[in-house]
Write a protein that binds this ligand. Sequence first.
Ligand code: 13P
Length: 249
Amino acid sequence: MTRKKIFAANWKMNNMTAEVATFFGAIGDSCVALKDREVIVTPSFPYLAQAAALAKGKNITLAAQNFHFEENGAFTGEVSLTMLADLGIRTVLIGHSERRHVMGESHEHLRKKVAFAQKKGFRTIFCIGETLAQREKGELFAVIDMQLSSAFDGNLTCPPEDMVIAYEPVWAIGTGVNATGAQAQEMHDYVRKFMDKHYGRKDITILYGGSVKPDNVKELMTMPDIDGALVGGASLKADSFSKLIFWDR
Ligand code: 13P
C-alpha cells in the first residue's frame, strides 16, 4: 500500500492574527492540487476559526493541538471535541511531549483522550518519543512500548487511517538536533512492526518530528518507513514550511 505523506505544522503557542493571515496568504493555492500528500495546520485555539476560514478551498486540513476527554461541563480552560467538530475540525494531536512533560499528562490521561477521540470519530496524531536520558540508558524501545501499549491496549477501534503516529524524540524537539535518517528509520520500522504485531496495523502512517528543517527533510523523507513530518519551528512561516511540503520538487 502506498501511504499518503502528511506534513503537519504544529504551531504550539505561536502565530497570532497577523501571522495566521500572512501564512495563509503566502501559502496561497500551492497545496490545492496536492493528491499524494496532505498538509495539516494546528493553530492555537483562539485562531482556529480564523484559520479555518482562510484554509477553505486550499486543500489544507486544520487540526487541534489539544482537547478534553469529557463531552462538556465544568472544565475551566478546556475545549471539547464537540466544539472542534462545530468548527469543522476532526483531527487532533494527543501525547505531544510538551503535554506529557510540561503539562503532566499521564499514560492514563492519554488513554482516555485516545478512547474519547475514537468514540467521537476523530483522527488522532499520537505522539511518542524518548528523552535523551532514556536513550542513553538503553531504554529506548521499552519507553516506546510503554507509550504505545498504555494508550491503545484494548482501545484501538478506529479505522486504520484515523490513527497516525508521530515519533518525536524529546531530545530533538526545538533543539536543532534532529534524529538522523537512520535513527528515525530504526524507530519507525520498530513502531510499524509493533503496531502490526499487536493491532494488525502494518500500514499505519508514521510521521517523524524533531528539528525537521529544509536542510534535513530529504534525508528523513527518503527513509522507507517515514511517512511525513510533524513540524514545530520550521512550520511557523509559509516559506520554510513549503520547502518541507515540497521537499522533492
Ligand atoms: P521542532 O520542529 O520545533 O523541533 O518541533 C517539533 C515538534 O514538537 C512538533 O510537534
